[in-house]
Design a protein around this ligand. Structure first.
Ligand code: 2M8
Length: 463
């Protein structure tokens, strides 16, 4: 399915017009992607901490490759979709057969995908990640429309199958896609999941016993990772889902964690919008995609907007709201929203909670909340991917000044601290692993100037 690499169509040289410092940053970012590229046609998020292919990482990474080598960008996405299950799900992890089976925990022996009839030949995990892939595919196409059109024709059916799976097997009564594991959110230990996770029964060894060796702790300071109790629950949730052969119809009625998440659904709606544009290129019908994008957006606004908090919140199965003021509540700015909601999101982003305008990108969690932890993973640190999504949203709404501030914050955090996995949103220091692929990839996109608003689009006053 994948075409030859074709590396270097655009070359590693920075685009004209960058300052000397930005040009240097550009070359360094390309160097990270180069070092993390695997011969099979995809990029590891990090050589040691994440030595396999991750689903939404590949989408962000493809956006970066598109600036340097659209051939590699296309390969990145196509190699991921080569591991799509026959039911349409795109797995969170595709295990690299050339990597030691115990290099990452939980690895292929834990997931046991070979036992699942719907799973592909390559071993994978059995859960998904946020569906940002169609949006990435569109960006990749736009970078190189010539060969990009054939790429879109190849990947369009797989992208549709990915979305159909979510809408067929994972949609709740509100019309929102649900996640069955915090790992599916991409924001693994966000305080948004604390309430739902608290009721997940843990294994026989006791609440803090992880049945396996946590490889992550060999590479990163434990104070910057989820706790053992979190991991005990993560493992228990996979076991509960795996027991049902990862079949949603069987698992979901009793599954202990079923959550509708604003970030996941925003990316679903955004990607449906992208599918509408892709459909036009490949000669398919855009309207069903536009309709779905609107339906998901409307459900999000109707059921997940917390007017008192001025942000979007996750909801558990019985409607219990997760903690407000996660970055996931601001990411819906990517969509067309009623003006009062857009204004509230901006107030939140610009106020003390998220401090847009500071020298660092947006924190993953409210800086003013007692649960905020500036260095522990998704409980506070600033991540480049979520800030990039907000940046795209600011650009969509023509918010030039805010977009410029966030762009500068992103670039200066990386310039100061390197291509780290995440950053302390107050001190600006880098944390987690080094040479992290999506940090490098999205820095390339930002440096290339995609954040400059081109037009002032219509704002919806009501839906
Ligand atoms: C992190 O998640 C993985 C599990 O998927 C882990 O902690 O081992 C998250 O940051 C996730 O969003 C990301 O896709 C993954 C790989 O970068 O790492």
């Amino acid at each position: 399915m994948a075409e030859p690499a074709g590396y270097g169509e655009f070359g590693a040289s920075p685009p004209a017009g960058l300052s000397a410092a930005d040009a240097q940053l550009w070359r360094a970012a390309v160097g990270v992607l180069e070092r993390n590229w695997e011969q099979g046609g995809w990029t590891v998020p990090s050589r040691r901490l994440y030595p396999h292919q991750w689903s939404w990482d590949s989408a962000f990474i493809a956006v970066g490759w598109a600036r340097v080598s659209p051939g590699r960008a296309r390969q990145e996405l196509e190699s991921l979709f080569a591991a799509q299950w026959s039911d349409g799900r795109v797995p969170q992890i595709v295990f690299n057969p050339a990597t030691a089976r115990d290099a990452y925990f939980p690895g292929p022996d834990f997931w046991r995908s070979r036992k699942i009839p719907e799973a592909p030949e390559l071993e994978t995990s059995g859960i998904v990640q946020p569906p940002v892939h169609a949006s990435a595919a569109w960006i990749v196409y736009r970078a190189d429309p010539g060969p990009g059109a054939a790429f879109l024709r190849r990947i369009y059916p797989a992208l549709c199958a990915q979305h159909d799976y979510l809408l067929r097997c994972r949609t709740n009564a509100d019309g929102m896609a649900v996640i069955v594991h915090p790992w599916e959110s991409g924001l693994d230990n966000s305080p948004s999941w604390d309430t739902e996770l608290a009721s997940v029964p843990v294994g026989e060894g006791g609440p803090d016993t992880v049945p396996g060796h946590r490889r992550d702790l060999d590479h990163v300071n434990p104070g910057e990772r989820p706790t053992d109790l979190d991991y005990a629950r993560y493992i228990a949730l996979v076991e509960a889902y795996r027991e049902h052969g990862y079949r949603d119809a069987d698992a979901l009625p009793t599954h202990p964690f079923v959550v509708a998440d604003p970030l996941f659904n925003t990316l679903l709606a955004w990607s449906e919008e992208a599918l509408a544009k892709i459909a036009r290129v490949v000669g398919a019908r855009p309207r069903p995609h536009r309709r779905r994008a609107t339906q998901v957006r409307d459900a999000l606004v109707e059921h997940h907007y917390d007017a008192a908090a001025g942000t979007f919140v996750a909801l558990g199965r019985d409607g219990r709201a997760g903690a407000a003021h996660s970055i996931g509540g601001i990411v819906p700015i990517l969509l067309d929203l009623p003006t009062p909601i857009l204004d509230s999101l901006l107030r939140n982003a610009g106020g003390p909670r998220f401090a847009l305008g500071d020298r660092v990108p947006l924190p993953s969690y409210d800086r003013t909340c007692p649960g905020f932890d500036s260095t522990r993973y998704w409980r506070g640190p600033a991540w480049v991917n979520t800030s990039w999504l907000v940046l795209r949203g600011l650009r969509r709404h023509g918010l030039r000044d805010e977009a410029a501030m966030l762009r500068d914050a992103l670039v200066s955090a990386v310039r100061r601290s390197g291509f780290r996995e995440y950053f302390d949103p107050i001190a600006g220091t880098g944390h987690g692993c080094t040479d992290f692929s999506w940090t490098a990839a999205l820095t390339l996109d930002v440096l290339a100037g995609a954040d400059v608003p081109r037009r002032r689009p219509r704002r919806l006053s009501r839906i």
